[in-house]
Ligand binder design. Sequence first.
Ligand code: GDP
Length: 452
Amino acid sequence: MRYDIVDTTTTIVAPATAAGGAVMVVRISGSRAIEIADSMFRSRRRLADCQGNTLHYGTLHDEHDEALDDVVVALFRAPHSYTGDDTAEITIHGSEHICSELIRLAIERGAQMATAGEFTRRAFLAGKMDLSRAEAVADIIASDSRWSHNIASTQMRGGYSEHLASLRDELLRLCSLLELELDFSEEDVEFADRRALYTILDEVGMQIEKLTSSFSLGNAIKNGVNVAIVGEPNVGKSTLLNALIEDDRAMVSDIAGTTRDTIEATTNIDGVLFRFVDTAGLRTTENELEQMGIDRTYQAIENAHVILHLCSAENPEFAPIKIDSSTKRYIKVINKIDRITSSDSIANVDAICISAKLHSGIDSLRDTLRSTVDTSKLNSNSVVVSNMRHYAALKSAGEALQSARIALHNNLSSELISEDIRQVLHHLGEITGEITSTDILNSIFSKFCIGK
Ligand code: GDP
């Protein structure tokens, strides 16, 4: 079911690359793409006479037939292109002037400037890819670590869609059997064996649950693992942040209360992005500004996946902090071990010992942090949910499935059971885009860049 009011008959144009490189690519796509490209391109042959999936070297000319640049045109013919329409991708030298001239000429000749994500939106509407794969295109572009790339790439290559399609097929088969019973309602027949039905619902339920519970890992990998560095003032939190990211991001000082606001910095540890937050030291204060910083520290603890609680070896005590240990990892760290001559005082404390200033123990701390993220689950290209929209749809699908199980258990009519299963199908369809609305599409594609 699609409610689409977007006009896909126009020809669109946009730069596909960011400015500043040696070359730039401008994309023109739509039924008039080849004609418009031909109107400004001079070569041995007209593009209109050439086959798709070919490259053509020539010159770009303005309306006065002045040569603007030497270019290469990649020609794609419908339906064998990204969008499914005729497409010309013109590679020019990386000049903003040439780029804007090209776009101006294309617009004068009938093209329209593409909106954000319009090329991918057209690819979706042309059935080139389902919605979850289209979303993965944006995730691939945004991926900044090996494992976030891994998740987006599996999704883009369709691993996720295939998985959902097989669940939907199974449920559709069930629905048709149940709905067949309705046609014979007077004869009291059962086409769908109730025991087999239970088994299939359980199996699909388990798959949905597996996908839903993969979200915390997927989300952490996609957006970065949030690590809050907390502890009393002056224990070395800012020094540790700088040591972890190997940069002087946070201000280090002997004056307690220097870090008044939270400071964020990221680093990549063995293919996973970690997002560290250096917080204001936890202590009782009369200072209003410092208190605001401390309030933000509690907020950072709330948002963190991992809490690094720091104390100084000179006073190895960890004041209790309220933490939900079912959702957060709590790691104790004793800093400034270079300041003590005997390790007796810290011998019985279960903590990682470091000297942030001398960079000692930092590798072992990085290893411990990395071990909080179990990427072994991702090795076999298994499907991991990293998108909030998909997570919400899976949650709703799981609830509807549970309701179908209860209906089945209570021996309710086939009509009611199939109604619940239809709901599960509906929510799974929202992920792949079988069920969608213009509002959802607008919200998804507006997050894309222009030219994608
Ligand atoms: P924060 O208030 O917890 O962020 O602490 P800072 O990082 O600002 O550090 C407070 C002081 O402790 C600074 O003078 C640091 O140079 C010093 N410091 C931090 N880590 C160490 C360490 O491992 N050894 C020693 N000797 N001094 C440290």
